[in-house]
Design a protein around this ligand. Structure first.
Ligand code: NA7
Length: 536
């Protein structure tokens, strides 16, 4: 094995937006670096999730790299929220523009990574039989990249075709003469349902938990708007980096929802519903996500919209979310509730009576069979830890990361783990990650990791490791923030808590303090010669 081993300074796992930027930074440092990617091309999430209607719900001008002024000036987004093909085109453009592909090994999965305490490096193996020894290993494996496989009794007997939204085929599919069923009404299902309804003969939606969704109000960007953004990019990016969610365009209200009249609140919610939409809605008042009453106002407004939009009273009632607003990730949609007014769309409530089994001819719920030619599974991901745990990561003294995280992930800053030296996790659990504009958080993590690697090289440091004390203190802080939030305390289930994966320990995984505050904490640690780390 050793004779075939390739030595590297840095090995990166994954080439979504995190891995691509990490690769760019490492190349600029002149290090020997390789990125390993399971897909046949770059793009991560945007490579895999090609389902109809896939679209970003952070505005494209902000869901884009800021590290290159030339790149942000030359790239032209067509829409306020670009669709998956355009975002993937952007990822490809970046790969070409910065000549990244030469240092990426595609169609290869990293299967294991063992820390070698003698060489102070990571021994990494792939499913293609490659062996690498890398001083630093950077996990850019994504936070929503390990899909939950459909585990329904009888699926193997189904006579039609079935697809997972997260592994959508590359060829186009024609549903025009098909009876299609979609299982799952999270962000993915809510984006896919209106489009599949238009493209299919009949659509049956199997809904377990109704979700809150707010119109995306997507539209084309005009040239004046684009010019204005490009002229002001420096300010926009700065504001995003200092904000709570990593988005500059969100205007956080300075009032409590409790201090205004019902009429004023209704008008404000209506304006946001018809205008900026999702992210501004969450930020409309300063206590929507902290005060139960304020939160109820937001939830009640959306419930009233559902009753107003959906013509059939019974269907409307079935669509009303009972959970707290913002407990699950709030979705952004295009014509979602309106879709239930179509004659070819049927809604099946599988909350109290779950899907029993899949038969050759369709799906059975409570003894009734829904005949289908196609089933689409939009049933979510093993979020934040799934992709990391799918790799056999073994640290010092044979500790396995998966076992260390049996009771929930413990990290220092969501970036490093004690017992796993020279290993970094981009947007890992314990960082703002999925609660923010991923681009803002990815760039911040990559910059911080790159600076740390450069520092260690400049200072002759060969091993860096988070201390156990720093890790415990950080993990407790993440937990405290969660304990003080409605998001983890309202009794609802969400993938943030891991409660969508059977057997997964229920722990609120992301850091809730906001990206601005988080960045300050990371910067302070870096400027104090990396407090909380042991450097050898
Ligand atoms: P989500 O948000 O986890 O949604 C998955 C959906 O699938 C959700 O409605 C689930 O219902 C439903 N589900 C899961 N298992 C079943 C079974 N067995 N039967 C019926 N329904 C089921 O995943 P998404 O892909 O939509 O979104 C993930 C994130 O990706 C999104 O938030 C963005 O950040 C991008 P449940 O709510 O668990 O009752």
């Amino acid at each position: 094995m050793d004779s075939n081993k390739i030595n590297l300074d840095v090995l990166i796992v994954g080439t979504g937006f995190a891995g691509m930027y990490m690769l760019y930074r490492m190349k600029r440092l002149g290090l020997s670096v390789l990125a390993i990617e399971a897909a046949s091309d770059v793009g991560g999430t945007w490579y895999w999730n090609r389902y109809p209607g896939a679209r970003c719900d952070v505005e494209s001008v902000e869901y884009s790299y800021s590290f290159s002024e030339e790149l942000q000036q030359e790239w032209e987004w067509s829409n306020r929220y670009s669709d998956q093909p355009e975002i993937l085109e952007y990822a490809n453009h970046v790969a070409d523009r910065f000549d990244l592909r030469a240092d990426i090994k595609f169609e290869t999965k990293v299967t294991s990574a063992h820390y070698n305490s003698d060489s102070k490096s990571w021994d990494v193996e792939t499913d293609m039989g490659d062996f690498y020894s890398a001083r630093f290993c950077v996990m850019a494996t994504g936070t929503l990249s390990a899909p939950n496989a459909p585990n329904f009794e009888g699926l193997d007997t189904f006579k039609g075709d079935w697809y997972m939204t997260s592994k959508w085929p590359h060829e186009s599919l024609d549903f025009s003469d098909k009876k299609v069923g979609i299982i799952g009404t999270g962000s993915t299902g809510i984006q896919a349902i209106p489009v599949v309804a238009e493209e299919s003969k009949h659509l049956t939606v199997f809904q377990r938990t109704p979700q809150f969704t707010i119109p995306a109000n997507n539209r084309q960007l005009d040239s004046d708007e684009i010019k204005n953004i490009k002229d002001n990019y420096t300010e926009i990016r700065k504001k995003a980096r200092e904000s709570r969610a990593g988005i500059a365009s969100v205007n956080i209200g300075d009032k409590s929802a409790l201090e205004v009249s019902d009429q004023e609140r209704y008008e404000k919610f209506s304006d946001i519903w018809n205008g900026p939409g999702l992210n501004d809605f969450v930020a409309s008042y300063n206590d929507i996500i902290t005060n139960l009453k304020a939160n109820e106002f937001a939830g009640d407004f959306i419930r009233s919209k559902i009753l107003e939009i959906v013509e059939d009273k019974e269907i409307a009632e079935t669509l009303l979310p009972e959970v707290m607003f913002w407990c699950k990730r709030v979705c952004a949609d295009t014509n979602y509730y309106e879709t239930y007014n179509r004659e070819n769309v049927e809604l099946v409530d599988v909350s109290s009576l779950p899907i029993e089994k899949i038969l050759p001819e369709g799906v059975q719920v409570s003894g009734s069979v829904y005949p289908l030619d196609v089933i689409i599974f939009a049933i979510g991901f093993d979020a934040m830890t799934g992709a990391l745990n799918n790799i056999n990561i073994v640290g010092k003294d044979g500790i396995k990361l998966k076992e260390k995280w049996n009771y929930g992930p413990v990290t220092y800053l969501g970036l490093c783990v004690s017992g796993f030296p020279n290993l970094f996790t981009i947007t890992g659990p314990g960082s703002p990650s999925v609660l923010s504009n991923m681009m803002t958080s990815i760039e911040q993590h990559v910059d911080w990791i790159s600076d740390f690697i450069e520092y260690s090289i400049d200072h002759g440091v060969t091993e860096i490791e988070a201390t156990s004390d720093a890790e415990i203190e950080w993990t407790n802080r993440v937990e405290e923030l969660a304990d003080n939030s409605l998001k983890s305390n309202s009794g609802c289930n969400s993938w943030y808590l891991g409660s969508n994966v059977p057997g997964k320990k229920r722990v609120f995984m992301p850091y809730l303090g906001g990206v601005g505050r988080y960045r300050e904490e990371c910067d302070e640690i870096a400027s104090s010669s990396y407090k909380g780390f042991i450097l050898h």
